[in-house]
Design a binder for this molecule. Structure first.
Ligand code: UDP
Ligand code: MN
Length: 339
């Protein structure tokens, strides 16, 4: 299909969340790794343009403009940079995602500012119709190949698929209440205030976000089980959003309606706090045909937090990823090995 625009160029659109970056040295370092590795490997054809979209607050935008000047110096391809104001996008998003926020946000209320964590879910409704595809990327990534190859994955979508996404590589959606209780009671090892606080945080985190009730009531279920036979859920660090297909899919748009979200959340007894990732994971349990499974190498997550918090015995079943790595994801602040 010819995707050339009126100026004769074909554009490849990539979007990154870029807020409070001025306040975090660690986020700035991640951004540097991401952009320098993207530039190092990036190649596009004559007449092609990589369009980088950043969702920012004013201070982050100002810093981002400066950093990008440096990072994009050696780019061997044409690019454009677009900044989107996070408050303007939030204003458009909130009415669409307000109802789902209470199921997939931490805390009890639907907080206005949390709406932006659901941007990918409703991007097809708030971006102009001329935008037909978008890749959404975390900042804590390191590219090992030409990012143009990621866009080629859109061509692999089977009919009916609207989003391309890789699986979650920790037992995030396998929470078992008993494990956490056992861990907390274990031979009274919790002594210091810090240890107690960490344990309380673990339990809060675990309880907030899980299919554990559902898994208990359905012991044979594939929900939360490791791949390839199970359904371990998705990770939102690298996402291919086929905006045109999302607009055209009556099923997908039905699933955004408050009543449908509530029905599914009730059916799976789901409570989450990871925003879009939880929403996609939940609807993926019921409607896997909406998703194209990206190979694990496109989002090789490195976080091992759950290995050391009660899930060491099953961890490798989730974490393993054979085959080439195209993009490393240093999630939960995990260092990425050198290129
Ligand atoms: N992010 C941001 N500002 C923040 C925190 C996060 O813009 O203060 C964005 C950034 O793009 C980041 C993404 O949100 O990559 C998801 O957060 P993170 O990668 O830290 O989560 P993890 O992958 O460790 O779960
Ligand atoms: Mn990340």
């Amino acid at each position: 299909k010819d995707l050339r625009e009126s100026d004769g160029k074909s554009r490849y659109h990539a979007l990154m969340m870029f807020t409070k970056v001025d306040k975090s040295r660690s986020l700035q370092d991640k951004f540097r790794v991401a952009m320098l590795s993207m530039v190092k490997h990036g190649r596009f054809l004559e007449g092609e343009v990589l369009v980088l979209h950043f969702v920012c607050d004013d201070a982050s935008r100002e810093l981002g403009e400066k950093m990008l000047q440096e990072f994009l110096l050696d780019a061997k391809f044409k690019y454009e940079v677009l900044f989107h104001d996070v408050s303007a996008l939030t204003r458009k998003l909130f009415p669409i995602v307000e109802a789902m926020q209470k199921h997939f946000s931490s805390g009890s209320g639907a907080y206005y500012s949390d709406a932006i964590f659901f941007l990918s879910v409703a991007m097809h409704r708030i971006m102009p119709d001329s935008l037909t595809r978008m890749v959404q990327l975390d900042l804590d990534l390191q590219y090992r190949v030409n990012i143009r190859e990621l866009f080629q994955e859109f061509h692999q979508f089977p009919p009916g698929a609207v989003i391309g996404i890789a699986r979650e590589m920790q037992p995030v959606y396998r929470r078992e209440r008993e494990r956490h209780l056992k861990e907390s009671l274990q031979d009274g090892t919790v002594k210091t205030a810090e240890e107690e606080e960490e344990l309380a945080a673990t339990l809060r985190y675990a309880a907030a976000h899980t299919f554990w009730q559902y898994r208990k009531e359905n012991p044979q279920t594939k929900v939360g089980e490791p791949h390839p036979d199970g359904l371990p859920g998705f990770n939102s660090g690298v996402m291919l959003l086929d905006l045109a297909s999302m607009r055209a899919s009556s099923l997908y748009n039905q699933l955004l309606e408050p009543d449908h979200v509530a029905k599914l959340a009730d059916q799976y007894r789901f409570r989450g706090h990871l925003g879009d990732q939880d929403f996609f994971t939940m609807i993926g349990m019921e409607h896997p045909e909406l998703f194209y499974s990206l190979a694990c190498g496109w989002n090789r997550q490195l976080c091992t937090w759950w290995r050391d918090h009660g899930y060491g015995d099953v961890f490798q079943l989730y974490y393993r990823c054979n085959g080439p790595v195209y993009i490393y994801h240093g999630n939960c602040n995990t260092p990425i090995p050198d290129d």
